[in-house]
Design a protein around this ligand. Sequence first.
Ligand code: CP
Length: 296
Amino acid sequence: QRSLCSMNDLSVDEIMSILNDARLFNSSYSDWQLPLKKCLVANLFFEPSTRTHYSFESAELQLGCKVADFNAETSSVTKGETFFDTLKTFEMVGYDCFVIRHPKTEYFKELEEINVPILNAGDGAGNHPTQCLLDLLTMQNEFHTLHGLKVAIVGDILHSRVAASNRFTLERLGNEVRFCGPEEWERPGYPTMPLDEAVEWADVVMMLRIQRERGATLAHLTKEQYLERYGLTKERYSRMQKHAIVMHPAPFNRNVEIDSDLVEAERSRIFEQMANGVLVRKAVVKRAFGFAPFEE
Ligand code: CP
């Protein structure tokens, strides 16, 4: 299995191997490249992205891949070509690996007849496996364990693929996850906790932005009111445990879900998360090309 569509595709051992490879890409294997004559990767983003798109591209280029960027607006999608037929075309013209972001939840189920590894860069409100892996790497670097942590995920839970991927993976690894935010954005079955309790309880406070592109709106609140009720304010930050960290998948909206100054605060790991994204994406691209985990 070389595709990565959902964190459920990975056993706990495979998750740990990918994180180990990611760490080694940051140390003894920093110059490692795919020993292949041909490794053509197509980055197919049908939704906007900065971090995922360009950290995948950085990872691919560092590994020696040749990279094609796809723009739906200048492609034959505009002439009515279907998603499946677009992907089949990329397969038939010689690409070896697809990185795909698409607004449809579980789009990859339509692509079972495609014979090229797929790396899911986000499907609607469904999954964001490489974001989950980079979040795990960030937590592991901080706490030297991925077991027994308390993680509060805060904000627009309903529309967030990050919340979904992280919840089930963190629980599978033996951590506790609680969700905070407006009632209208709760997900059925997701355990909640009042935000003011959660900031004192958590080892990790993970903030999420409002996903307006998926219809989320709290039009009755100003930005200031949203921050005060549901966001990470300086007062809430001051009540976090001394060892606790702030995370956010980004893009963040300063002074909406997080006080602008806290983005760069001492216990914020938001920029480390971005750097870790390149390392885990190098690991999943290497795996997609069939290479076994590194041996230390
Ligand atoms: N975290 C994340 O997925 O960011 P982008 O939407 O910029 O890729």
